[in-house]
Design a protein around this ligand. Sequence first.
Ligand SMILES: C[S@@+](CC[C@H](N)C(=O)[O-])C[C@H]1O[C@@H](n2cnc3c(N)ncnc32)[C@H](O)[C@@H]1O
Length: 270
Amino acid sequence: MEAIKQEIRLDENYTELFRELIHRQLGIYISPDKNYLLENKISRLVNRGGYQSVQELYKMLKDNKKGTMEDLVRYITTTHTFFFRENKHLAILRKDIMIRNIAHPLIWVAASSTGEEVYSIIIELLEHGISDFFIVATDINTEVLRHCKRGVYSRDRMKELSEDILRKYFDRVDEGRPGEYFRVKEYLRKYFIVKKINLIDNLRFEAKFHYIFCRNVLIYFNLETQRRVLDVLTANLRDLGYLFVGHSESLIHITDKLESVFSSVYNKKL
Ligand SMILES: C[S@@+](CC[C@H](N)C(=O)[O-])C[C@H]1O[C@@H](n2cnc3c(N)ncnc32)[C@H](O)[C@@H]1O
């Protein structure tokens, strides 16, 4: 029998405390008009994560208790993604690699979620004869990174893929549960690594990237955090490198270090 769920309410004080903590630690800003969302996510975490109360959860986060921050990240982040999302970007990417004859393109997928974006880039490039690239796939959420690395998807999440592409790049697997599942072919793994990275950390990679995909994540940040993250992205982008953002994420009025080259594609001002 399912355990009876306790009714969890966030009082004003804890609403503010969680809003502030989430913003400071994850960069994600949940504005007061979305308090219902904050309450919903925190109460689900308390109920399903085995915490006694909102107060206990907050205290464990403040005390840095192992696993608690990961729990919060799992419940707060929105990880929705799909194969060949905003696929005009993929054509821009491969044409640029070809036109500028970029040897060994290095690509950062900066909020990769469960990996559909990463495999879409790999498939797009391989389909056009480009095979000397490398991708660093990062996210703040370790659960989605595990999914990305494993590369198993149910058929209903693969609607954007033709049967030919499905057969060419995936193997059918038995997951021991209802439904049809496919796993990416083993050799695709050599094209990428996954790494947990919080975009608000002031990170510098050893090598700069030719291309950075940071799509559909800036929308969860406020203006100040967007500027901070864009500084990190720009610092890790080569001169003339491209930054791809989500179609609804215009950078006009946010930064003067980047200029638009195509719709939602930017490069560094020299
Ligand atoms: C909506 S998904 C976007 C996935 C993919 N880029 C796309 O466009 O389909 C947003 C992703 O951003 C990640 N994210 C949120 N805050 C982050 C942060 N501070 N640092 C790194 N990743 C973050 C989430 O975990 C989630 O996987």
